[in-house]
Ligand binder design. Structure first.
Ligand code: SAM
Length: 274
């Protein structure tokens, strides 16, 4: 594993790297998060995962392309620490390089990789088209650029207490105040075209939380994230009060306990050929 962690930091990353956030991201798998990309992977391809977070997805992708070169890149030291732990646990620490850098200025030569992937990252980047241009630049001709992001305005749920609408309003306002775009999934195709990725295949897929175990996890993580992740930023920005955060966290816990609770997360995806 490379020690090239660089000086990168992300003062405006809306989720931050609180324990609840890293734990939520660490549940992710390539099967859940990169369903269109997995079928095009094969051993020997060189792959870059941009904004790897705790790198559970990277580890799955690595298992599909090794002995190709695999690089996991993130701008946040806390994410890289979590990635290092995952890779060690998965026995991949010698096989995957870790790099600290900004997605908008990738520290690689043109045409360095066959596959460049970013999951739930472009929604947080101030210049997503610039990041996609960089992803295209470091991809070899004929290679693949793959991205997937949520569409917060399309998320749907039941029951629908007003405090959960407040959650969506406050989260999306905070993300936009940080220069992000919480409906990034709907814009990926447009951003790809602007970035010169003209051969981009769009698709959509969902996560659904409706069993007691999944409701308990999803409601619990958001209850905690309201209080420890984006919520404090919202208060600092004057977008919510501490009392609002308490109401939202309580509403998430109640939602998780509802026998008929249901939540769907909508994602937009692109798989583009360079
Ligand atoms: C929502 S997490 C997704 C992590 C991982 N891809 C996953 O889905 O589990 C977004 C990640 O992107 C990173 N990130 C955000 N903006 C970035 C930027 N400009 N450059 C590099 N990494 C960035 C964050 O540090 C965070 O780890």
């Amino acid at each position: 594993m490379s020690d090239d962690l660089g000086p990168a930091s992300l003062p405006h990353y809306t989720h931050g790297h609180a324990a609840a956030v890293l734990a939520a991201h660490a549940r992710r798998t390539a099967a859940d998060c990169a369903p269109r990309l997995l079928p095009v992977l094969r051993p020997g391809l060189d792959l870059l995962d941009v904004g790897c977070g705790p790198a559970t997805i990277t580890a799955d992708l690595a298992e599909a392309v090794l002995p190709g070169r695999v690089v996991a890149l993130d701008g946040a030291p806390a994410a890289l620490d979590a990635a290092r732990a995952t890779l060690r646990e998965r026995g991949l620490d010698d096989r995957v390089e870790l790099v600290g850098a900004d997605a908008q200025a990738l520290p690689f030569a043109d045409g360095s990789f066959d596959v460049v992937h970013a999951h739930q990252v472009l929604q947080h980047v101030a210049d997503p088209v610039g990041a996609l241009r960089e992803m295209r630049r470091v991809t070899r001709p004929g290679g693949v650029v793959a991205a997937r992001d949520a569409v917060y305005s399309a998320m749907a749920w039941f029951p629908r207490p007003p405090a959960l609408e407040d959650w969506r309003r406050v989260y999306t306002a905070t993300a936009r105040a940080n220069g992000g775009e919480p409906d990034a999934g709907a814009r990926l195709l447009s951003w790809c075209r602007t970035a010169g990725l003209t051969e981009a295949a769009p698709s959509a897929s969902t996560w659904c939380y409706a069993t007691p175990e999944l409701r308990s996890w999803w409601g619990g993580t958001w209850a905690e994230r309201v209080l420890t992740s984006f919520g404090p930023q919202a208060v600092d920005a004057g977008l919510a009060t501490s009392a609002d955060l308490t109401q939202m966290a309580r509403a998430w816990r109640r939602w998780a306990e509802a026998d008929d609770g249901w939540f769907v997360v909508v994602h937009g995806e692109v798989l583009a050929r360079r």
